[in-house]
Design a protein around this ligand. Sequence first.
Ligand SMILES: Cc1cc2nc3c(=O)[nH]c(=O)nc-3n(C[C@H](O)[C@H](O)[C@H](O)COP(=O)(O)O)c2cc1C
Length: 212
Amino acid sequence: MKLLHVDASPRTGMSNSRALSAYFVEQVRERVPDLSVDYLDLAVDIPPHVTESFAIATYTPADRRSPEMMAALAYSDAMCTRLLDADALLFAMPMHNWSMPSTFKAFVDGIVRTDITYKITADGQYVGVLGGKKVLFLTTRGADLRPGSPFADMDALTPALRAAFGFIGVREPLFVDAQPVQFADPDARAEALDRARAELVSVARLWAGSVG
Ligand SMILES: Cc1cc2nc3c(=O)[nH]c(=O)nc-3n(C[C@H](O)[C@H](O)[C@H](O)COP(=O)(O)O)c2cc1C
C-alpha cells in the first residue's frame, strides 16, 4: 500500500494533529508490512496561493499553455502526481477559525484540476478520478463541536473537505476528529486524544483488512 501522508499544522513539536497522524501511520505499518509512505509537510513545502497566472493557466487546454503558464502550474502538477500515485491518503490538520488551515486550502486549490483529478465528459458530466482510494481526514479542534455542544453548528471544516474531495471522486472519506484538545480541562483533553487514538486504531485495522 502506498500512503500519501500530509500534515498541515503550522506547529511542529507541540502539534496534536502531527502526533496523531504519526501514531496512525505506525498503526498501519504494524498491520501492513509493505506500506510505503510519501510524506508531505505543508508547513515546509508551503503551497502557493492561487494567482492570476494560475487561474488563467489552469483553464487553458494543456496543448495551448505557454512556458509561463506551465511554470504557474508546476507545484499543482507535482501535487496531483503524488495524489494520483497513492492508494491511500491521510490528511491531518488543525481546525482554524472553524475551517481548514490556509495552507491546506491552498493545497486543495492545487489538486482540483480539470483533466487531471476530474474530467468533464462529452455530455457535460463532472467525474472525479480519486474514487478507488482510501481517504482519512484527521482533524484536531481546540473546542468541542460534537452534537450538544454550544459550538456544534460551527463546523465549516467537515463539509468543506467533503465537498472539495467529493468533487474529485472521494466518495466515503473517513473522519477522526480529536476534540476538545485546547479549550477544555486537562481530563477532557486527555479523553479526546484517547478517543481519537482508539478511532485511529479502528481505521488502521479496517485499511489493513481491505489490503490484499
Ligand atoms: C489560528 C488558530 C485558529 C484556531 N481556530 C480554532 C477554531 O475555530 N475552532 C477550534 O475548535 N479550535 C481552533 N483552534 C485550536 C486548534 O484547532 C487546536 O489547538 C488544534 O489542536 C491545533 O492542532 P495542532 O496542535 O496540530 O496545530 C485554532 C488555533 C489556531 C492557532
